[in-house]
Write a protein that binds this ligand. Sequence first.
Ligand SMILES: Nc1ncnc2c1ncn2[C@@H]1O[C@H](COP(=O)(O)OP(=O)(O)OP(=O)(O)O)[C@@H](O)[C@H]1O
Length: 259
Amino acid sequence: MRASVKTAPDATERLALSAHNLTKVYGSGGSEVKALNGVSLDIAPGRFTAIMGPSGSGKSTLLHVLAGLEAPTSGVVRVGGVDLAEMSDAERTELRRDRIGFVFQSYNLVPMYTVRANITLPLDLAGRTVPADGLERITDTLGLSDHLEHLPSELSGGQRQRTAIARALVTEPDVIMADEPTGNLDNRTSAEVLSLLRSAVLEYGQTLVLVTHDPMAAAYADNVLLLTDGAIAGTVERPTYDAVVTALEALRSINSSVI
Ligand SMILES: Nc1ncnc2c1ncn2[C@@H]1O[C@H](COP(=O)(O)OP(=O)(O)OP(=O)(O)O)[C@@H](O)[C@H]1O
């Protein structure tokens, strides 16, 4: 099935992300694993899409392929209408650096850098100047202004994840890819981090793709894509916690009846 996550029925609208018939095969011969098996999707700018599914269903692989971190075995990925396969390695690296922000469960902060240096790292690497007002606005919104000179080891888990989010937002990317960003956080801090991500999407019109196991997290999204065995098995539009739980249970019972 092709999952379409559009805000307006405007055929000419440029999609933030689109994928057509993606497959991703790891290994070969007897040890071959088909992590993606014909995924097609369209995501319009400014949308918040959650990707859910059982462990091993291909969620992280899909995120990595959509972000150009890994090449698909077959199929097409377009970011902002541009086919990733038609770009050189250098162009893809530039696209990831300038147009995509990443937030991972493990934060991926540089331990010997201060919060400030961690946040501005992508701009420093790109040789771009740090817009003082932009940095201030982001760190204020994320409640990090008093911690800018601290090291990550001096922060709580929630503060570390907010630092990682600030780092993803500072380049003003078109797309934010978040892989289990609340996996290490307690419920209250998760809710806080998700609200911040959600407001960034609303305020700056960014496109957010969130991989999560947590129906509570998915309920913040505009739309949930349900993945099983590397394929999209369903979607939940305007999800609520209950609707997501019900959809996951239905998915589980279909899978167990197949097995
Ligand atoms: N680099 C790799 N080499 C070989 N197999 C891989 C690799 N990465 C993922 N896989 C396999 O591809 C399948 C999909 O993995 P993926 O990590 O995308 O699933 P997931 O839905 O994100 O799982 P989880 O929820 O447990 O993180 C799994 O069977 C996994 O073992």
